[in-house]
Each structure stands twice: as C-alpha cells, then as structure tokens.
Design a protein around this ligand. Structure first.
Ligand SMILES: C[S@@+](CC[C@H](N)C(=O)[O-])C[C@H]1O[C@@H](n2cnc3c(N)ncnc32)[C@H](O)[C@@H]1O
Length: 274
C-alpha cells in the first residue's frame, strides 16, 4: 500500500487521491442536483395543473428543471461554471428530442465537448480564456530580461502566448495543452500568425514538463490543481523566476504580490517569486 505522503512520478499521492475523490463527488452532486431539479420542476408543474388548472409549457418545465438544479448546485458549493451547464442540460436534451435529432448528432456534440473540455472532468479545469486587459497586466509583471522564456501551462487557444509574443520581441513562449481541439486550433493560429519560431506548442500534460526551463510560468487553471502546480513550481523553478496564477490562490501559500486588473470580472493575478 502507498503511504499518504508518497510521491510517484512527481505526483503527491494523497493530493491525487483527494482530487480524484473530489471529481467523483462533484459528478455525484451534479447528478443529484439534476434529479432533485427534475422532481421539483415536474412536481410544481403537476401541482399547478391539478390545483390551479395552469399548464406550464414543456420548455418552461425544462428551464425550471435546469434553474432548480443550478440553484441546488450553487448551495452545494459547485464551481462557478456548473450553474450554466446545469441550466442547459435539460433544455438541450429537450431540444434534441423535439428536433428528433439523429443519434450521431449527440455523439458529435459529445465528441466536440470532450475535445474542447478534455480537462474539465479529468482535472477540474475547463476551457475559458484570459481577456485582453489581463494580457496587458501580465506584460507589466514580466521581468525586463532579454531572451525570457515564458510558459503558459494549459495554453488553451494560445491567445495569451501570442499577445505576449507581440509585445516582447526577443522572448520564447511555450504553450502546453492536453485538450486535443484547443491544441490543434492554437497550432493553426500560431502558424497563421507567423510567430512559430518564438511561440512553440507542446501537446501534453504540464505535470510532465520540467519547470526549470522557464523564467515565468503563467496559469489560468482552477482551484483543483493549484496546490500541486505550486508545489512543482517551488521544487523546480530557479531562483529569480516567477509563477503567475490568474484568479486561483494556493491554500497555505499566499502570493508575494497580487495585481488587480481593471476588467469586468475583477481579475486578480497572484504572483509568487522563487
Ligand atoms: C482556463 S483555460 C486557460 C487557457 C489559456 N491559458 C488562457 O489563459 O487563455 C485552461 C486550459 O488548461 C488546459 N489544461 C488543464 N489541465 C492541463 C494539464 N494538466 N496539462 C495541460 N493542459 C491542461 C485545459 O485544457 C484548458 O485549455
């Protein structure tokens, strides 16, 4: 048996088990919310019809189902993106049935979702993108150093890398991404930008990369992998290098600096100096 403190291939086993348990728990909560939402929505629709002779049209019941499921999910502490998905699930299923879509459309939709949101269920990190104002704020944080090497771990569609490469003419910008579709799209985007000599993309898991190769690591992940990513950065990054996390903190390791971005979502960049 593995002891709790054991590290295998650089992954702390207790943390890995905790995050696996966390994901199973999240999916169980999502399923329970959907069931509870359905009971509430259909229950209310039947009650209204029997008691007051009011008929709620099917889209209304489906919307109520989704909204009830998301409200319960929020109370249960689900992350911010779940309410949107929870609301859409019943409506999307209803639209699919109403349109009598052939089976392959469900498979294609599932494939597209899997290809873009590869890490959402696996690692608790969905795809969402850093905005322009935050790109500008990151540029201000970067050390003024020639030949700087900047990595975006979980590079999405490579927007952050390309924006930084535009501003800094002599740096190297490395993106690491495991989700297949974002990787292919970002690869095409980099190719089209003519910056493929300075912006390089690696298809793979950042947890298997050597962080000592980078002067700056930027990440926009989720609360789930932050402790592990910070621990890896602390072990491997060289003195004088920095880790920047968009929005997500590390419990027990307050950042050395916090930069507030004047965007609509009130982004905060957490900066650790090693
Ligand atoms: C929130 S998006 C951020 C995208 C990009 N960094 C940006 O700021 O626009 C997070 C990305 O990290 C990727 N990701 C999550 N875990 C990863 C891992 N272990 N290795 C590589 N990429 C990962 C996801 O697929 C997703 O595209």
């Amino acid at each position: 048996m593995m002891s709790d403190g054991r590290t295998v291939f650089g992954i702390h086993m207790q943390q890995a088990r905790d995050s696996r348990r966390g994901r199973v728990r999240t999916l169980a909560i999502v399923a329970a919310c959907q069931v509870a939402g359905a009971v509430i929505a259909f229950g209310c629709a039947i009650l209204l019809s029997k008691a007051a002779d009011i008929t709620i049209p099917p889209p209304g019941v489906l919307l109520a189902w989704g909204l009830a499921a998301s409200a319960i999910g929020v109370r249960a502490g689900l992350a911010r993106w779940w309410p949107v998905l929870q609301t859409c699930f019943p409506l999307a299923a209803g639209i699919g049935i109403w349109l009598q879509l052939p089976a392959w459309t469900y498979l294609t939709a599932f494939g597209l979702l899997l290809a873009t949101q590869w890490n959402a269920a696996r690692g608790g990190v969905p795809l969402f993108l850093t905005n322009r104002r935050t790109h500008e704020a990151i540029k201000e944080i970067l050390p003024d150093r020639r030949d700087i090497v900047v990595a975006d771990i979980g590079s999405g569609l490579a927007g952050t890398l390309l924006s930084l490469a535009d501003a800094i003419s002599d740096g190297q910008f490395i993106g690491i991404e495991t989700a297949p579709l974002p990787f292919v799209l970002s690869w095409l985007r980099v190719l089209a930008s003519g910056r493929s000599r300075r912006v390089r993309l690696i298809f793979g898991d950042y947890r298997h990369q050597d962080f000592s190769a980078f002067d700056v690591i930027y990440c926009f992940l989720s609360p789930v992998p932050m402790s592990e990513a910070h621990a890896k950065a602390s072990r491997e990054m060289r003195p004088g290098t920095i880790l920047i996390s968009n929005s997500f903190t590390v419990p027990g390791h307050p950042a050395d600096a916090i930069v507030s971005v004047s965007d609509r979502r009130g982004t905060q960049l957490h900066v650790w100096r090693f």
